[in-house]
Design a protein around this ligand. Structure first.
Ligand SMILES: Nc1ncnc2c1ncn2[C@@H]1O[C@H](COP(=O)(O)OP(=O)(O)OP(=O)(O)O)[C@@H](O)[C@H]1O
Length: 239
């Protein structure tokens, strides 16, 4: 696994989540480093969103431990985890349609006054929406709305960015632009992306984790994962 420092930013150790008799996530372990991007893929119901829910604190694991910057966040509430530097973009857009692009970003700021305004400018640049800053979110194209969502997740300057299907519903051009954008964003932070679109995962070409029935089936470089016979049988072969 690519590594930019010896201590992982995130360390997930044998985490499980059970809902009654169903084990949605089954003893999954993974690590994330600053400057690293990784993808989580897997068929519907594989446990991807449940794993994200545990990382951001909207659900607690039944078993296992999650360390973020050496702090045990396993049972911390959502807002405490967010304050520590984990930001998530959900699958369904949750921008305020009636507000402008810049006001949507400003609302997500941790700062006030000039510092907030500076951060809004930086993020507008990153997600390439500077030209749309005074446009109402409702008037954005679908792809631009998704980039605004990414911008909102970036506003608090997270160290770990969790993106749930960032290219859902995008055109091919928008998907390409999202891959370019994420590669730039990745520089200072750690990014984990849940994605169904294999052409997008191929573009990101990063460390990839395959979940299947709650278990970690395979992990490694996307090119290796893609060639793996078991992965092809349970997932890629069906694409
Ligand atoms: N709150 C819940 N209560 C009961 N079962 C749940 C709950 N949340 C998820 N599950 C079940 O856990 C399993 C894993 O679901 P999860 O949404 O994590 O999968 P996923 O890989 O994200 O799927 P998709 O790609 O369709 O989003 C599924 O069988 C799902 O029905």
């Amino acid at each position: 696994m690519p590594e930019t420092s010896s201590t992982p930013l995130l360390s997930v150790d044998s985490v499980s989540k059970r809902f009654g008799g169903l084990t949605a996530v089954d003893t999954v372990s993974l690590k994330a480093w600053s400057g690293q991007m990784q993808c989580i893929i897997g068929p519907n119901g594989a446990g991807k969103s449940t794993l994200f829910n545990m990382l951001c604190g909207s659900e607690s694991p039944t078993e296992g431990t999650i360390l973020f910057q050496d702090i045990d966040i396993t049972r911390l509430p959502l807002h405490r985890i967010a304050r520590l530097g984990i930001s998530r973009k959900f699958q369904v857009p949750s921008v305020f349609d009636e507000l402008t692009v810049e006001d949507n970003l400003d609302l997500a700021s941790k700062e006030h006054g000039a510092a907030a305004a500076r951060r809004v400018d930086e993020v507008l640049e990153t997600v390439q929406l500077s030209g749309q800053r005074t446009v109402k979110a409702s008037e954005l194209a679908h792809g631009q709305k998704q980039w605004l969502e990414i911008g909102i997740a970036l506003m608090p300057v997270p160290q770990l960015l969790l993106l749930d299907e960032p290219t859902a519903g995008m055109t091919r051009d928008e998907t390409q632009k999202t891959a370019d954008l994420l590669k730039e964003v990745q520089a200072g932070i750690s990014t984990i992306v849940i994605e169904h679109d294999m052409s997008f995962v191929r573009k990101l070409n990063c460390h990839t984790i395959v979940l299947h029935q709650g278990k970690l089936l395979k992990e490694g470089a996307f090119s290796d994962v893609e060639q793996d016979q078991t992965v092809r049988e349970v997932y890629l072969g069906k694409q």
